[in-house]
Design a protein around this ligand. Structure first.
Ligand code: FAD
Length: 557
């Protein structure tokens, strides 16, 4: 008879069910890895939908997990609702400038994108994730449970968690992922510090209801209204088509009472429009990165690992990228095909991404609504028009990089990873706003359509994928992958023309869509390459996992 263990067992314990922990649960669940997710909140917090912009990289990650449509369906604003940012003296005041096709939200087709961005309040993102988790048999979500303590040894991690009724559980996992936000208990228990700086300024986000407000102004639809006036400068926008709005402005105005918040919102609107404040949330910009992302068998990701100012909308998107990276590595470790260095490479790849996002966000923060104020901006007539035209020039100069970030979002590249075999081929030329597709190893696989609605990314496997553009690779790939237990999908595109465009006959693509290697395959030691990309320089001959082979008919891109 088995003696019952004093704890539940799983492979990965995920602490925190915000957007990042939930993404990780999907990444692991899609690969059948057992995990238990702990989240204190029974339901998403509708009063604090901080994140609104999901960028195209996050959306393509969601697509490959089969949940992009769930998110679009749950969004309060349907896809294509608006791709515009408007600058005005108040919601009912003078227009200063309009910027279109911002944040890659446009429904105008762009062949570089697998999925366009989506505007969706954080609570609705979490709702979509929670609902779709029911399709993941290997994931157990414990809503209402809070992590209290962590102990780890050479073989695993044991946590103590409590429920709101005071009951206690012990759970044992092989690994633990701390996605428990900026005040991370996991980070504190591991003794990991954050390094960087904070900003003294305080900002408020107010959520309010304003029936009929969308029809009561003449600025037209926009995802962001930047309000520029001398009294209260800030930003605002709708969260849904049912009169729920958000507004963000500097400082807790006055004594912070509901009347003061209502006054601030009234100034942004420009009239005493009747509004009901539902909630307020105060925050300060912080530029902090954890000194380490790993301690033993425990890992940090999302806001638990890094914090950046919100201008540009990078925070949750960055954490979703962490989850895509850590997820496949944990899956490889649990499934037995990870090399000894694979898990360490999570930090090596993702910490530089946090510094990159902070640098971009800090630049965006240099010019906020209040910095665009100038005398005469609210004047009627030609003099006011001239002042607004001058302000519009400043807006274009200072805000273009914040609104058009495709190069930053899709051009992210791991430049110094032990898991990537670099070459001397052309270096990618993306800038913040301009995305230059490139197969340079370390970067994201460039996208192309294989047929109507059929993306190259749809054909990638959950493990590595060998994309055969022109030539056909030899059987040594299957043999080497099987010997290592590495899941490898072979994708024959039969497109020599693409080999020329992509600059290689073969691309080895990682489970997170980054290119691990490109080349012609001549004189290649395949076994050595596979060892390198799985974090292991040594050969192994463990029993194999199936190698799948697919051969879609590629249509012109
Ligand atoms: C005003 C503002 C606007 C923003 N807009 C955007 C945007 O448009 N796009 C974008 O990408 N980012 C944006 N961000 C940043 C974004 O909100 C965060 O980066 C994101 O919420 C981080 O997600 P997370 O899952 O790491 O952490 P969180 O969202 O903080 O989630 C952490 C979770 O862990 C849980 N938790 C905490 N302690 C424990 C414990 N002991 N045990 C178990 N669970 C625990 C919490 O309940 C919570 O659910 C914005 C931020 C601000 C301030």
């Amino acid at each position: 008879m088995n003696t019952p263990r004093p704890y539940e067992e799983t492979d990965v314990i995920i602490v925190g069910g915000g957007p990042v922990g939930l993404t990780l649960a999907h990444v692991l669940g899609a690969r059948g890895i057992r995990c238990v997710l702990l989240e204190p909140r029974q339901t998403p917090d509708i009063n604090s939908p901080r994140c609104k912009q999901l960028n195209p990289r996050s959306m393509e990650i969601f697509r490959t997990l089969g949940i992009a449509e769930d998110i679009r369906r749950h969004s309060g604003l349907p896809f294509g609702w608006s791709d515009r940012a408007v600058f005005a003296t108040s919601l009912t005041g003078h227009l200063i400038e309009r910027l279109d096709q911002v944040f890659a939200l446009s429904d105008v087709p762009n062949s570089d994108l697998v999925e366009p961005a989506q505007w969706c309040g954080q609570d609705r993102v979490e709702e979509a994730f929670r609902a779709s988790l029911q399709r993941r048999d290997s994931v157990t979500a414990l809503w209402g449970w809070t992590l209290r303590d962590i102990e780890q040894d050479a073989h695993g991690v044991t946590v103590t968690a409590t429920a709101s009724d005071g009951s206690e559980k012990r759970i044992r996992g092989r690994y633990l992922a701390g996605a428990d936000g900026s005040r991370s208990t996991v980070r504190r228990r591991l003794g990991i510090e954050m390094t960087g700086s904070g900003h003294k300024a305080q900002f408020v986000q107010a959520i309010f209801r304003a029936p009929g407000l969308s029809a009561a102004h003449s600025l037209g639809r926009a995802v962001q209204y930047w309000i520029v006036n001398e009294r209260v400068s800030g930003m605002m926008g709708t969260l849904d088509t049912e009169d729920t709005w958000w507004a963000g402005f500097p400082g807790a105005p006055g004594d912070g009472s509901p009347e003061r918040f209502r006054d601030a919102v009234a100034t942004l609107i420009g009239t005493d429009y009747p509004v009901t404040i539902l909630a307020t949330d105060t925050w300060s910009p912080r530029m902090l990165v954890a000194d380490h992302y790993r301690a033993g068998r425990c890992f940090l990701l999302g806001d638990a690992a890094h914090l950046n100012p919100p201008w540009g909308g990078f925070g949750a998107n960055l954490g979703i990228g962490d989850a895509a990276d850590l997820g496949w590595k944990l899956a490889a470790a649990v499934s037995g095909w990870a090399g000894p260095d694979l898990l360490d490479c999570y930090e090596a790849e993702r910490r530089p991404m946090a510094h990159r996002a902070i640098a971009e966000a800090v630049r965006n923060m240099q010019v906020l609504s209040g910095d665009l104020v100038q005398p005469g901006l609210e004047d009627d007539g030609p003099a006011g028009d001239r002042t607004r035209a001058t302000a519009a020039v400043k807006i274009r100069r200072s805000k273009t990089a914040e609104m058009y970030t495709l190069g930053f979002v899709l051009g992210a590249r791991y430049c110094d990873s032990p898991l990537v075999r670099y070459d001397d081929g052309p270096a990618p030329g993306s800038t913040t706003s301009h995305y230059q597709p490139s197969t340079a190893p370390g970067g994201r696989l460039p996208h192309l359509w294989l047929g109507p609605g059929r993306s190259l990314f749809d054909e990638l496997g959950q493990g590595f994928t060998l994309v055969e553009l022109g030539s056909t690779a030899g059987p040594e790939w299957e043999t080497a992958a099987q010997e290592r237990g590495m899941p490898l999908t072979r994708l024959h595109l039969h497109r020599p023309d693409l080999a020329e465009i992509m600059g290689a006959d073969f691309l080895l693509v990682r489970p997170d869509h980054h290119v691990a290697w490109r080349g012609s395959g001549h004189d290649l030691d395949v076994a050595e390459l596979l060892d390198e990309v799985r974090g292991c320089a040594r050969s192994s001959t463990s029993a194999g996992m199936p190698v799948t082979s697919v051969s879609p008919q590629a249509a012109p891109a």
